[in-house]
Design a protein around this ligand. Structure first.
Ligand code: B1M
Length: 804
């Protein structure tokens, strides 16, 4: 065990505060990279480390937050990664000596993993591996991954740190309203990161210490690992052109003891904090003794990016949907062949709607590339649904591809007692932080007797533990053969489950449907056998959730075996009580009524596949502009509200945006072309920093349909580009769109710059947050509340130009 971890076990350590805030105060020019500034100013960096050390910090953080190849590329300096990280670690070490530990800081790349973003797992791992190796070489005592807002990216960074260094690794995410940007809770983070091998987990940055109290309490509930917290000195506020953090050293100090009492082991501060904050915090400790939770064990926990589900003796039996499996289903095999992800998503959604709390994903179609399909399947399913996935694949190379893409804690289906299987699958489970199903078969096949199956189960558990896989992460499947060939044999499986539960105490799962293979009325046999297995202690079943008899059996057996206290689940399932959490209404399957409400639902759920079909029908009843105004805009507003309330997260927002775009792209072809009135050229775009373009595209389509020449520059457009285009195209009108309060200020800049150049152009602005007042205030010539209004304003402005 490293000295750092040993120390943490016995003493709560004090971290340091902000680097950026201090650098700005000591002369870092605005817009410059702090990491690239460092080699020329080593004494300034050391001065900051020294100030924190003197204030009481026992952990000093390297100035390397953005020192990865992707961030440095923005400054054409990606070749300097190694040099800068080594240098920064050495500088920190020189100051820290033996008085403090050096944390090798790694910040996010600025890109989300695909499909949410544009970067692959392999690229992310390469980028982080380069940085962590250099930090280790420079002498860091541990790697500190901080301010991650996406669990997928954090997983890649953690993987790189564990695989490419032998240092302990701390991993910290940033939270707003209890979730990261892409919807991860502290509980999910704890489960996933612990399984991936993190040595310390926690939260930094965020909105300040008050909110992080609850976040840290949730972490402590979910893990026995050491915890860390480093809050901002409050929410950043923009006052008189400057970013201000309002929490004083005294206020920050008040949170030190509450954090220690919650069980946090490393307490520091983030943006806006200074050595004064750290000094006040160091004086606020009543004791340095860590507060550890009383000893406890956890059930088997699986997680998606947003939720944890548990499997174990005191949990409700877990229903795992079996239907995405091409083995006996031609439609599924065909869907994989065609890579028809909408159909597979729908198959998945239907199972979840029917009560599945996890989904088995089997992509094994002979002749197809299983690794590619598993990776793609994982990407699509995890974007569309919140339930954890069970990766049903025994080919290690293919399985590895799926595990890389999975952003939660998967369940691998499966390993068995054969040496080849144990030696290839267990290391993958360890490396990628997955739980694993162990099948009770080996080189000799499936043993007949329950005792022999127990022996294989014992071997699998032991071997998993040798690979450092926790016992609770091994789930035993005692296997059932079809009752058609040997009717009595099913009871041997039931006996094996009982033995495994009694002797090994691990969780159990069972692929149930095999029992009825080749027999009529399969549902009778499946549900009866399931009831017997649940009675023997089965914890989870891989079943067809659409078979209502199966769902009813699970709910009834849960009640009868004492796993459903207060019969809460039973009452919900039997329709006697409303579900505690109301599900988002699901539009369900094919061939909807062609109504605007259906279009709303499809956009809210980001279901693109049925949109074209629906629109074709809707266009027979309503004008394209009506469908845009009444069918596309209201659901986007609704999803925006849900997003603002923290009820949906960025991935869903993106899916809805994509669905709306698809609808709009079709509708715009149907917009009637109007007679040309005053021909003119309009340069249009969404301003810098803003990637919203649906509204701008509507404005463009209407203008074009009115016969104007529109030069659409796209989104995220800097002022200079707008100005250059106006000059080049000889445009009479410049149209600016912005959707966020943070980017509408950019409009003012564009207007100022174009006025400075005396451009003979009229400027019109618009976008959700822009008001007529604001438009006037920033000197725009016109404001369009919506696209129709925008056309009218353009017409009027062009008339003015002519008159002028
Ligand atoms: Co984002 N987003 N989003 N988003 N998003 C909003 C705007 C937000 C209000 C949601 C919310 O929190 N309630 C919020 C902004 C909050 C604020 O600043 N007050 C927000 C946020 C915070 C974000 C991110 C920061 C989220 C994050 O990462 N934390 C991020 C920002 C990324 C960036 O830009 N740097 C982000 C990302 C995204 C997606 C990429 C996922 C996606 C956009 C996809 C795309 O556009 N290609 C998205 C979406 C879909 C939305 C909402 C839900 C819908 C926007 C939309 O298309 N509306 C939105 C919530 C909302 O607006 N209620 C939201 C429909 C569209 C037709 O309306 O664009 O207003 P609108 O256009 C209208 C009129 O305003 C006018 O005509 C159009 C047609 O009638 N108009 C003009 C527009 N431009 C005009 C120009 C003119 C004249 C009229 O003259 C030139």
């Amino acid at each position: 065990m490293s000295n750092f971890i040993r120390t943490l076990k016995t003493k709560v350590l004090l971290g340091d505060g902000a680097m950026g805030t201090m650098l700005a105060a000591l002369g870092l020019p605005p817009g410059q990279s702090p990491e690239l500034w460092m080699p020329e100013h080593p004494e300034t960096i050391k001065k900051i480390h020294q100030a924190y050390l003197e204030a009481g910090s026992e952990v000093i953080q390297t100035n390397t937050f953005g020192a990865n190849a992707i961030k440095l590329k923005e400054y054409h300096a990606s070749s300097l990664v190694r040099e800068i990280n080594i240098k920064a670690a050495k500088l920190a070490k020189e100051v820290a000596g033996t008085k403090a530990f050096v944390a090798g800081i790694v910040g996010p790349s600025g890109h989300f993993p695909a499909p949410l973003g544009d970067i692959s797992w392999t690229e992310l791992v390469e980028v982080f591996a380069e940085q962590v190796q250099a930090l280790a070489e420079g002498g860091a005592d541990f790697i500190f991954l901080e301010t991650f807002s996406d669990l997928g990216e954090a997983r890649a960074a953690l993987y790189a740190a564990k695989q490419y260094t032998s240092l302990p690794v701390a991993c910290s995410l940033t939270y707003t309203k209890g979730r990261t940007l892409t919807g991860t809770t502290p509980e999910v983070a704890a489960v996933v990161l612990e399984a991936m091998g993190a040595d310390l987990v926690g939260a930094n940055c965020s909105t300040g210490p008050e909110e992080l109290l609850e976040v840290m309490a949730a972490y402590r509930k979910a893990t026995n690992l050491p915890l860390l917290v480093e809050p901002n000195a409050g929410m950043p506020e923009f006052i008189a052109g400057k970013t201000v953090y309002k929490l004083s050293p005294e206020i920050m100090a008040r949170y030190v003891e509450p954090f220690r009492q919650l069980g946090v082991n490393l307490i520091g501060a983030c943006c806006g904090s200074t050595p004064e904050h750290i000094k006040a915090m160091s004086q606020a400790f009543v004791s340095r003794e860590p507060v550890w939770p009383s000893p406890r064990t956890f059930p088997t926990r699986l997680a998606s990016r947003t939720q944890v589900v548990s499997l174990g003796t005191s949990e409700l039996p877990l229903m795992i949907g079996e239907r995405i499996n091409p083995t006996a289903r031609k439609t599924i095999a065909e869907a994989f062949r065609q890579e028809n992800w909408p159909l597979l998503n729908e198959e998945a959604r239907n199972q979840v709607k029917a009560g599945a709390l996890a989904l088995d994903l089997n992509v094994g179609v002979p002749g197809l590339d299983e690794g590619h399909l598993l990776a793609q399947g994982v990407q699509h399913l995890q974007l569309a649904l919140d339930v954890p996935l069970v990766l049903d694949c025994t080919r290690p190379e293919a399985l590895e591809k799926g595990l890389q893409e999975y952003q939660g804690k998967a369940l691998i289906n499966s390993v068995n007692g054969e040496e080849g299987s144990l030696n290839s699958i267990l290391p993958l489970a360890r490396k990628y932080g997955a739980a694993v199903i162990g099948l009770t078969l080996d080189e000799r096949g499936i043993p007949e007797k329950a005792e022999e199956r127990l022996a294989i189960a014992e071997k699998i558990v032991r071997r998993a533990q040798e690979y450092d896989i926790a016992k609770e992460d091994v789930v035993i499947d005692c296997l059932v053969l079809t009752a058609a060939t040997s009717p009595g044999i099913a009871m041997e499986t039931v006996r094996a489950i009982q033995l495994v539960k009694e002797r090994l105490g691990v969780s159990t799962v069972l692929g149930v449907s095999n029992v009825s293979h080749g027999l009529p009325q399969r549902s009778w046999l499946n549900s009866t056998f399931l009831a017997l297995a649940l009675g023997a202690g089965l914890d989870g079943a891989i079943v067809n959730p659409l078979d209502t008899r199966v769902g009813e059996t699970v709910a009834s057996a849960a009640l009868l075996t004492g796993r459903d206290p207060g019969a809460q689940n039973y009452l919900v399932r039997s329709g006697k009580t409303a579900p505690i959490v109301e599900e988002r209404k699901d539009p369900g399957s094919t061939n909807k009524e062609p109504s605007l409400e259906t279009l709303h639902e499809l956009i809210i759920h980001g279901q693109q596949d049925q949109i074209v079909n629906l629109l074709e029908k809707l266009l027979m009843k309503a004008a394209p502009l009506t469908i845009i105004n009444e069918g596309i805009i209201p659901p986007l507003e609704r999803i925006g509200e849900l997003f603002a309330k923290g009820e949906v997260f960025l991935p869903q927002l993106m899916l809805s945006g994509d669905a709306a775009k698809k609808a709009f792209d079709l509708l715009k072809k149907h917009l009637p072309r109007q007679a040309l009135e005053h021909k003119g050229t309009i340069v249009l775009g969404t301003v810098k920093g803003d990637v919203h373009d649906i509204g701008k595209n509507i404005v463009r389509a209407l203008l074009e349909n009115y016969g104007y020449r529109v030069i659409d520059l796209g989104k995220n457009i800097p002022a200079e580009e707008f100005i250059a285009a106006v000059k080049k195209e000889g445009a009479q009108i410049l149209g600016l769109s912005a959707l966020m309060t943070t980017t509408m200020v950019e409009m003012e800049r564009v207007i100022k710059e174009s006025r400075k150049e005396n451009l003979p152009v009229k400027i019109i602005v618009g976008g959700a947050v822009v008001t007529e007042d604001y438009a006037r205030q920033i000197g725009a010539d016109g404001y369009g509340k919506d696209a129709v209004e925008a056309v009218k304003i353009v017409q009027a402005l062009l008339k003015e130009t002519e008159v002028g």
